[in-house]
Ligand binder design. Structure first.
Ligand SMILES: Cc1cc2nc3c(=O)[nH]c(=O)nc-3n(C[C@H](O)[C@H](O)[C@H](O)COP(=O)(O)O)c2cc1C
Length: 225
């Protein structure tokens, strides 16, 4: 006999999948509320670690809003609120959280807002080709339906730790990137970490504030069938 809690869980998952059918092209608002992330997947952490491989070519299939939501949550989602402080998915020196996450799709450029699990719409239009050019022409950047750009704001950590704070932010980028890669595997997707790009060109394409330093671009999408 199926219990009420199981029925509730099934309705919850079905709702997520339904919300996931929307995509960013439907969004005209300045802020897009992302669907609630789930914390139970269908493959084990060990399987995700074992399966992760950098993949540089992607099918044309778009990601759903649910998949984008889950990937951004894995990067910097809030997992606990403690005494007025929000703690995120990835560790951060002194819990200072000096990283900012941007997302590019065919529809525009977005800034992830961890506190509200929402996307701020920065611009409309497809800038993935420009980002590819800034990444020495690496086609994974223009082919992937989603590029996640991880930026450091060093001042947010050097004010406390001095020059060493830069090292802490750089290390934190690795934590965030690995969460994204493993979440991608868990969603049946593939990804690649891109470190080879012109910082100045990426800053200009995304119109980033002067104190933002892009450290990683992570294209994510579906593998070729
Ligand atoms: C810091 C860093 C920068 C990287 N930059 C690029 C890059 O610009 N382009 C690329 O295709 N792969 C890049 N990679 C991915 C590596 O080439 C890849 O991890 C390596 O070949 C091992 O393969 P695997 O990731 O499938 O285990 C980078 C990896 C790291 C850790």
């Amino acid at each position: 006999m199926i219990s009420y809690s199981k029925i509730g869980y099934i309705i919850f998952i079905a709702t997520l999948l339904f919300i996931g059918k929307e995509d960013l092209s439907m969004a005209k608002a300045k802020e897009i509320q992302l669907p609630q992330p789930i914390t139970k997947g269908i493959i084990s952490l060990e399987e995700a670690i074992a399966k992760r491989r950098s993949q540089r070519s992607f099918s044309k299939k778009e990601l759903t809003l649910y998949q984008i939501s889950q990937l951004l949550w894995a990067a910097q989602g809030i997992t606990e609120r403690r005494g007025g402080h929000s703690l995120r998915n990835a560790p951060s020196a002194g819990a200072l959280y000096p990283m900012e996450i941007y997302a590019l799709t065919k529809d525009g450029v977005y800034h992830y807002l961890p506190e509200r699990h929402a996307l701020e719409v920065l611009s409309e239009g497809d800038l993935r080709g420009d980002l590819c050019n800034a990444s020495l022409g690496q086609s994974s950047v223009s082919d992937a339906p989603l590029d996640i750009v991880i930026c450091a704001v060093y001042d947010k950590v050097t004010f406390k730790y001095g020059e060493r704070g830069k090292r802490y932010a750089d290390i934190e980028t690795g934590h965030i990137a690995q969460n994204i890669h493993l979440q991608a595997v868990a969603l049946g997707l593939v990804s690649v970490p891109i470190g080879a790009f012109s910082d100045e060109e990426v800053k200009s394409i995304l119109n980033l504030p002067a104190d933002h330093v892009p450290l990683y671009i992570i294209p994510v999408g579906h593998s070729h069938p």
